[in-house]
Design a protein around this ligand. Structure first.
Ligand code: ADP
Length: 429
């Protein structure tokens, strides 16, 4: 008010026209107290100016008083006040929008002084995560992006840092930190599973190798022993023809080569076998081993019945390894029915939608069921009740299924026999 009076006095008592300076208090008021207050100050400014104008007219100035000038002055000031108020509202709106976005982000955004490290801004999620305002460890010098481990909370963050000139002109650092702990955990788990799978695949290969070795080496070794004994006998008897001995020894050498070929082939097989995961239809896997199972079942007078539920979802699996599981379970089932009455020997393989987005396969027999003596150790390696059993089948099968993130378990098959089940998570789960 005093300022307005001073301006009016100056305007009327000197030659200089300073009435425009009244715009300053009008604008300041409009900026800080809004458009209405600005208009009020415009009225006051115009009235004061008009009062002094009228007074100077009364005291006999050379100028007649100018009510229209006062009105125009008021209108101009009021328009400025309203525009300023609008401008301020628009500005603060823009700020608000920006702040709402930053506060709503689930990524931490914060700004710190580049020199002192003082925190200048932090969004809500940062304030919640670090109420002490301590912030995250800095990236190694020279890097502006990287993964950081925060030991206090045991969490991982992806940090991105950019230099920034802060509103007051100082140099600051804008940091964006995304919590990637879950992603890293999932990656680690995946890696562990992959490793387990690779290991299992090798185990399967070793199991196969041991069985095949036993079968395939038996013949050449027996032949070598025969040729050898033949030579020994002839040498002992003293009636030997060099040509005969050479022939027998050559044949022995050939068999030894055959044996080493077997080992070589198996070694290559073990080295090559790496698991390959792909979406697959478990029914197709079962059908793929059907003829192999039927051949073995036929030899033991076992009937094979498939009850596959159509439209089971896909699973992510290594087809060859899953075939191995089904074959192992089917072989055990066939062998378990060796003493069952011939008419009752039925092997059933079923598939169905399992609990909780899984696909379940069941291999059921009508044998004696699991011997209670070994039930708790059923899946341990080298446990076998068969004279020529290796005791690896169930152990390997369970390892394969678990390496795929699934489960393998056994139940009673109704009144008679055992049912082995395994379930795998469906691809769409
Ligand atoms: P192997 O077949 O070489 O003995 P496995 O690990 O496949 O090795 O099986 C371990 C043992 O579990 C078998 O020796 C047998 O006693 C028991 N077993 C497996 N499947 C069945 C089944 N379907 N019914 C009864 N017992 C079974």
């Amino acid at each position: 008010m005093a300022l307005l009076v001073a301006i009016a006095v100056l305007d009327h008592t000197t030659e200089v026209s300073v009435s425009i300076l009244s715009l300053a208090p009008v604008l300041i008021t409009a900026w800080f107290f809004g458009g209405r207050a600005g208009v009020m100050v415009s009225v006051i400014a115009a009235v004061i100016w008009f009062v002094f104008d009228a007074l100077s007219d009364l005291v006999g100035s050379h100028m007649p008083y100018r009510p229209w000038d006062a009105a125009i002055q008021f209108a101009t000031f009021a328009i400025f006040a309203l525009v300023i108020a609008k401008l301020k509202a628009a500005l603060s709106h823009a700020d608000e929008r920006f702040a709402t976005v930053l506060e709503g982000l689930d990524v931490m955004v914060y700004v710190a002084d580049a020199a002192s490290g003082e925190l200048l801004y932090a969004n809500e999620i940062f304030r919640k995560t670090f109420p002490d305002g301590q912030g995250l460890p800095a990236l190694p010098p020279g890097r502006n992006e990287g993964e950081i481990h925060e030991a206090g909370r045991g969490r991982w963050f992806l940090m991105q840092v950019r230099p920034l000139r802060w509103i007051d002109g100082r140099i600051a650092r804008l940091s964006i930190a995304t919590d990637i702990t879950e992603r890293r955990r999932a990656e680690e788990l995946h890696l562990q599973q992959q490793e387990k799978l690779a290991l299992t695949a090798r185990l399967v290969a070793v199991g196969e190798m041991a069985t095949t070795l036993a079968h395939e080496l038996n013949q050449p070794l027996a032949a070598i022993a025969n040729y050898n004994m033949g030579c020994v006998q002839r040498l002992r008897s003293g009636t030997w023809e060099p040509a005969e001995l050479v022939e027998a020894m050559e044949k022995g050498a050939l068999q030894a080569e055959r044996a080493s070929g077997v080992i070589q082939r198996l070694r290559e097989f073990v080295a090559r076998r790496a698991p390959r995961l792909a979406a697959c239809d478990i029914n197709e896997v079962v059908r793929g081993v059907r003829s192999t199972i039927e051949t073995e079942a036929g030899k033991h007078s076992v009937r094979l019945a498939l009850a596959l539920s159509e439209r089971v979802p896909y699973v992510r699996a290594d087809q060859t390894l899953m075939e191995q599981v089904i074959l192992n379970l089917a072989r055990n089932a066939i062998e378990a029915m060796a003493d069952a009455p011939a008419g009752e020997r039925e092997l059933r393989i079923l598939s169905r939608d399992g609990a909780g987005d899984t696909v379940e396969v069941e291999v059921a027999d009508r044998g004696p069921g699991i011997d209670p003596e070994i039930e708790v150790r059923l899946f341990s390696p080298f446990l076998s009740t068969k004279p020529d059993g290796m005791g690896l089948g169930l152990h390997i099968s369970r390892s394969i299924v678990e390496a795929h993130g699934g489960h393998l378990w056994v139940t009673r098959n109704g009144e008679r026999g055992a049912s082995f089940h395994f379930s795998l998570r469906s691809v769409y789960a």
